[in-house]
Ligand binder design. Sequence first.
Ligand code: FAD
Length: 512
Amino acid sequence: MAKSRSTPIHLIVMLLVTYFLCTVGKSNALACPLPPELATKLHVDQVAVDSASSDYGNIVHSKPAAVLYPSSIEDIQRLVRSSYNCPIPFGISVRGNGHSVNGQDMARDGVVVDMKSLRENKHGIRIRVYKNHLFADVGGEQLWIDVLHTTAAQGLSPVSWTDFLYLSVGGTLSNAGISGQTFLHGPQISNVYELDVITGNGELVTCSKRNNSDLFDSVLGGLGQFGIITRARIALRSAPAKVRWSRAFYSNFSGFIRDQERIARGSQRDVANYLEGSLVLDNGTPTEWITSFFPPALLPRIMSLVKKHGIIYCLELTKYYFLDDIASEIDQDLQQVFKDFAHVPGFIHAKFVSHQDFLTRVPNVENESLTHPWQNLFIPKSRISDFNSGVLREIVLKRNITTGPVLFYPLNRHKWDAKSSAVIPDEEIFYTTSFLHTGGIDNWQVYDDQNKAVVRFCEEAGIKIVKYLADYTTIEEWIKHFGSKWTTFRQRKAQYDPKNILSPGQKIFNGI
Ligand code: FAD
């Protein structure tokens, strides 16, 4: 009885899904036969479609024909195979946690796979820590915040992080994953031992530096083009007990970068486990970034320093310490380092916090009435002073519209694997800068204009910047972006996703 009652409902749902896809999905797909196992997991209703039509940037909006809420890796494989076997394949994008800012996780008229349903799976969290081997096997859908909590419970920690942890493992490994640990340990993509990946024909492949190494290299920093990451084996170390967290202000750009580079190059390596930097601009009241860190008594002095110089630069470093370490010795080490540094005397502050409090310093705030016209760039060290004078002073300071944090810190090229798909400048030391603007729904274009002016200035001045989390929309721009890596990138695409199914929101191969 039960069987004869459920079959028609099952069929009706399937027919409705197929009908909707056939009529609404332009590209096709949807004349494609879809496996019955997906019938209840593929949603075409307005709520589902709207949820996958926007992202954290809130600037690009693009509707998929349907959203898949998988409950297993096999569901994702089934979807990819359906597209692969279809006469006109449809695009499939993975939405890790939707924190792209330019629609990279969308699939116009295709299918978006919402990884949240795997995270919330009744079978439990897919993070397994191998304490003796110092690694964790983590589902590609997992958020780094959960990786932190699960590994910390065993006294361990990944070595390389992002500043903000409500990002998915698959999402950051498709880009690079950078933060203040990158100068020392490389980006997150340099700290992965093995991956499980669903390629563009629906095959599930395990890959590492030893096994299917070409696929492994392709996927890391591969912008979702070669496969869907379903598991990553992440390197772990002992978690520090506490962190000594310091920030010091500079009025002088050359002193600021000299001191940052001393740490990045290793002459002060023992002193810092984390190195970042940022700008404070003279545009009104102190931001939360300042008020939450510095003692209230220092705030008026900081603001008058900013007023006087227009921009001040902030060097930020941490020193981890373990239970056996003696706090006063760490303090002495730091005092020793800062003694030689060129920061403004008296404009320094340090505090002890727990490792977890430090890593979770950026809160998870979502507001659908805001836009995030962000721009992240890598800049070769040889032109960093030109960038300061031409971009920071001439464009950013003069326009005086910047609303969010501006990050600015050096990275070491040799910590990045040249075989991965990630693109970085040719020089050993390069800087990363992030303009993390927050705009309203109607005024994001002013920030976008500024972002474009920055790129234009660099092009005219011959500063070979590379965009991180790039937002290009034409094949010519992508070819230029990848430079000498383009031929390999294209060949790998032909090999692992020959029907151009995966990650259409990146707008790389859609027009080819
Ligand atoms: P999504 O936006 O959902 O996806 C990003 C891309 O990866 C898409 O093309 C998607 O299709 C693909 N993808 C997602 N999951 C998978 C998977 N499992 N397999 C294959 N492809 C997949 N970046 C840093 O490096 N350092 C930072 O400190 C940092 N901080 C950030 C803070 C905030 C508030 C935000 C919004 C972004 C930040 N980012 C940072 C950028 C972030 O790393 C990228 O935007 C990342 O793509 C977002 O992760 P997500 O999981 O939401 O991915």
